[in-house]
Design a protein around this ligand. Structure first.
Ligand SMILES: [Zn+2]
Length: 100
């Protein structure tokens, strides 16, 4: 039996990892949106720069997903927190459209 302190800190880690994953997912979606949006995209970045930005954002998203998955595996369940909300406004596209 795991002691309660360890269990709680593992749960906190999983929640942090979940939040990081959601943020990485939104950042990736925004980057993908900007690469193809005629309004907010490609004003400051070349096509090549956007491609590598998308690859980097996706790699980060995957790394966050794997970390979250590993922590959930260790815990044995997906921890729930009421304050785990999507930080959507910071990540919504500059043109105001819904991403994807
Ligand atoms: Zn846009």
């Amino acid at each position: 039996m795991r002691n309660t302190g360890q269990q709680e800190s593992l749960e906190d880690d999983a929640i942090d990892a979940h939040r990081a994953y959601l943020q990485a997912l939104l950042a990736w979606e925004r980057t993908t949106h900007e690469a193809s949006c005629p309004i907010c995209g490609s004003k400051t970045m070349s096509v090549e720069a956007h491609k590598s930005a998308i690859v980097a954002a996706e790699a980060h998203k995957e790394a966050c997903r794997v970390r979250f998955r590993d922590l959930v595996d260790q815990l044995g369940y997906v921890p729930r927190r009421d304050d785990l909300a999507l930080p959507d406004e910071r990540y919504s596209p500059a043109c105001g459209s819904r991403a994807n």
